[in-house]
Each structure stands twice: as structure tokens, then as C-alpha cells.
Design a protein around this ligand. Sequence first.
Ligand code: PRX
Length: 648
Amino acid sequence: MSENIEVLLEEKRLFKPSPDFSKKAHIKSFAALKTLRKQALKNPEAFWAKAAKELHWFKPWKKTLEWKVPFAKWFIGGKLNLSYNCLDRHLTSARRNKAALIWEGEPGEVRTFTYQQLYYEVCRFANSLKHLGVNKGDRVCIYMPMVPEAAIAMLACARIGATHSVVFGGFSAESLRDRINDAQAKLVVTADGGWRRGAIVKLKDAVDEAIKECKSVERVVVLKRTGQDVGWQQGRDIWWSDAVHDQSAVCPAEPLDSEHPLFILYTSGSTGKPKGVLHTTGGYLTHTALTTKWVFDLREDDTFWCTADVGWVTGHSYVVYGPLANGATSLMYEGGPLHPSPDRFWSMIARHRVSIFYTAPTAIRTFMRLGVDYPKRHDLSSLRLLGTVGEPINPEAWRWYRETIGGNRCPVVDTWWQTETGGIMMTPLPGATPTKPGSATLPFPGIDIDVVDKDGKSVPLGSGGFLVIRKPWPGMLRTIYGDDARYKTQYFSQIPGIYFTGDGARRDKDGYFWVLGRIDDVLNVAGHRLSTMEIESALVSHTSVAEAAVVARPDELLGQAVVAFVTLQKSASPSPELKEELRAHVAKAIGAIAKPAEIRFTDSLPKTRSGKIMRRLLREVAAGKGVRGDVTTLEDFAVLAKLQSDDE
Ligand code: PRX
């Protein structure tokens, strides 16, 4: 950790909100924000209860919070429905005919759903789910491209109280199988395929392969999107259009307990098995609704574009639930950011007059490398706010984003949060917080974040340590699905009783937070979380591999890149072809996002006397700038290992 802290460049520039922006903002000054944060820290329950009252409840709650470390319950006794909050309650005002979702497919078609139309589609699909045997409490797996039906399926599940588990369409059949089995999903919603960089991602094929080994799945609903031939199992598979055909558009929203499980979302942890992060209803919605409103300073006439896929938590919270709960217009895009040309995003911003744009640092770095010409071709004057999420943003990219995309006029909100936190935890509020490029600034009101040493003691300003969250918050995960014990050890054992994020951070003299990245065995490649253990176990499942160790090396574009050190079985010999085969093997086991950027063969891995792999050493070797020689050369770590101390 200390190495990280030393290499971090202190960014000195401060960007104050413009008086013009502040005047119209929900939170208008730094002083007002400070007061809010102080009050909320003193009484977080009162703060969140006030936010929850903005939602529609069928029955009010009796108790705001029950905290039996590490298990939280929020708004106990209250009954609500998330789909009702995102749809029905907007139908009694002028919002009824406002665009809820504007969608653009990669080939260029545009579809728009008003709140009324979205309600209609959600109700019909909710009725089809019921008709296909899905009951309240059942799990539904959604493995879809970025199409409106993905959001419709999520909202339909929420409407009837089925728990959804969205699996990112880039994950392989094997990953999908494991996730379906872990959640014991009864039904899978998918599409024949989706468009990505001009090619078809064959989702139905992956589903067919996955569910050969999934006993729980009874039905598969298939949306026709790309139109190619797909395999079909009569009696199990049904086209989306047939499923909704005879369904009524009346489907009352089920009043659900505030703690009713809303969704499971799998994310990588420090073991080989992905964790099913479980979120519930009332607290999650309160958190995402309020953060959407304040962090993005949402107004009635905004067009909000969060570029995340619904397969990630950002897509759940800030493409679907947060914006719709606020009655906003959310733009959704199916395909690749550079397709058919590198100005796709800027052309979309111009055509849809996007006012709020929320994307990942990796995308920003990619655009930055492509140069200013592409954004300059388009009118980006509709933008009034920019956001980033997913990984630390380097100050250079932050400034480029603000200048080139935001025309020096739009505030930039660097938002820190996690799959587990449900919603944004640390962020500037655009009308209030002076920003420093590279810092997510300060915790959102009502969130108690700290940087501590290994004993849980706050470090003095100017120092680094573990990033922790001291008090429960409404959007927090409730457990790891089916594994309370893992939930406890994963998050509440590093510093007993306090939520450990897995990140390292430091606070500067003004108290601003600088997130340094993961300090556990989790990698962050292009804003996507990957577990070293998961990739290692994929590698050793190949017959040629004896042992593997995976580390990250810094990468200018992706933040981090995966480097795998591999020892081969005696029978195998190193070759460039084998490297390719191993990369493909990882893609098959996990998904293309996990493919190692580099595979290096070694005749042994450096280990301590107690047998622990010396990852620090491997990280240093991986980060080395030296040009690699013959790709088939074996690395010899024996000498290096001897030079290292045994206390890694
Ligand atoms: O390391 C932090 C990094 O992403 C991790 C969470 O990843 P995931 O659960 O996939 O959620 C990503 C989208 C919310 C964190 O532990 N991270 C996320 N946002 C930031 C960040 N690191 C620095 N700055 C951020 N703004």
C-alpha cells in the first residue's frame, strides 16, 4: 500500500462549481452540503427516512433501521413496489407521456418508450412471467443485450416480486451456468443475439450450452433481436413476442416487504467463486433514487445517459432504477462505443441532446487517445454535467473530459461505489463541492466512510490506509446469496464489525478522499472487476497447465491489465500457439473480458518457504518495462525468489 501512496500524484488544482450551476442546483453551496453531511452523520436514520418518504409506499415502515452486525434491515414493516415507483406513480401527471427510455441499437434504429408505454410493456411481460410459472420469490436470470426488453424484464420481475439475476452478455456459457445454478433460477430471459462492434453476440447459443447443466431452469424466453437461426427446445423455449401476445396490460404491482430480495448480481471476490451480492427493495431504491437526483442534479427536462451495460450494477442503479424512480429520461445504447466510427458517442449526444453523461475512465482514456477531432465534429452543447465511475481516474483524463467533452462548462462528478454498496457512496455534488481531478472528494450525506489502519483507527489526514464504511446504509448488500458466513468473513472480518471495501485510499489535508484501487486479490480491468483466483482456476483447468498465478500490471488504457504466469505440465512445451490457446480457454471459462493480456511461462513460481506465491514479486516483474524476448522463453524465478524475504 505504501508504494501506491507514494506514487500517487497530488493534484493541486481546485475546480469550484460555477455560480450559475449552483444557483439552480438541488444543493447550492459547499456550506449547505457541509451542514447536510453533519446532520446526516449525527442522525443517518432521520436523513434516509426523509429520502424514503419521497417514494410511494403501500404501507409505511415501523422502524427505520435494525442493525445486528453485520446484518441490516431498513424500513422494517414497510411495503412498496419498485416497479410501481418507477412507472405507475408517474402516470398521474404530465410525465405519463414523457420519454422514460430512449434506446438506440448499434445498427442505428431508435425506439422510444414513454412512461405509459413502458408501463404497458412491463405489465404484459410481468403477466407472461406469471403465466410461465414464475412466482413471488423465484429467481429469474436475465442474459440479454442492451435492449429495452432487458429493462422491461427487470421491472417485470420487480413488479411480481421475482428476484432477478442479470448476467452480463459478455460472460461465457460456463459463467452463466454457474450463476444460474447458484441462484437456482427457474426461468431465463435472453435474446437470439445482440449487436456488438458489427458482429452478433450469440446469446441463445450460450444459454443452450449453459443450461445443459442447470436443472432448475424450466422455461427460456427468447427475444428476437438479430434474427439468425437458433437452437430450439420445444416446450422449454418461447419467443418473447409469443409470451406477451395474449397477456393483459393490467398487472397490479405486488406490495412487497421493504426487505424483499430485489436482485442478485454476481461479482468477483478474492476466491475462485463469484459472489451473489443480494440487494433488497426499500433501502436500495431510497439510496439509488436520492443519489440520482442529487449527484446528477437531475431536472425534469434532462436526458440522462449512463453508458453502463445493465449487466453491471451501474446499469441497474443508473440506467434503470435511479432515473426511472425520478421520472427521468434515460438513454440506453446497445453496442460498442467506437462503432461504426469512433465518434458514435458524440454523435449520439448531439442527436439526442443528452444533458447528463456518465461513463467510465477507461472509455475516457480511449477517447482521449483518439484525439479531439471526433468530439469536435459534433455539437455537444446540450451537456451540462459529466460523471465517471468504475475505477480511479487519472487527473489528466479528468481534465481532458472536462475541457474537451464538457467545454470547461460542465462539472465532473467522480463517483466511487461498488456492486455491494448498491448506489453512489462518495462523490462531489455538482453545485456544491469544489473538485480536484482524480479525487472522488467526499462521502455522500448519510454515508460514514473512513480511512483506517489495520486496527480500525482513523489515519491522520495526509495518510493512507483501508477504505471502510463505518455505519450501515440503505443500499448496502444484505448478504452473499445463500452464504451468510462468506458475507461476514468477506466484508466484516478485516476490521471486525466494520465494512471493509477492499480498496485502499488516502485522505489529503482537506479531508478529500483519493481511492487508490483494490488491495485484495481483485483486479479492475476497464472498470470491470475480475478475481485473480477465478482466472487462475480457469487456467489450471487446462490440461497443459500445472500452476498459474495472475497479477495486474498498470495499463494506460484499461487501468490494469491481466498478466498470467504459468507453469506447464511436463508433457507440454511452451509455444506462442499454447499462449493463444490458454487465452481462449480463459475466455471460454469466464468471458472475453478476463482474457490475460499477457501469458508468461515459467518453470516454477516464486514462493515463500511456507508455500505462498510471492505476488508482489510477480507484480514487479509484470510491470517491468523491459522488452520481452522470445515469447517461448521460460522465466527463471529461482534466483529472484531467493533474494526476497519470506514474509510476503
Ligand atoms: O476499486 C473500486 C473501483 O471499482 C470497485 C467496485 O467495482 P464494481 O463492484 O464492479 O462496481 C463498479 C461500479 C460501481 C471499487 O471497489 N471504483 C469504482 N468507482 C471508482 C473506483 N475507484 C476509484 N474511483 C472511483 N470513482
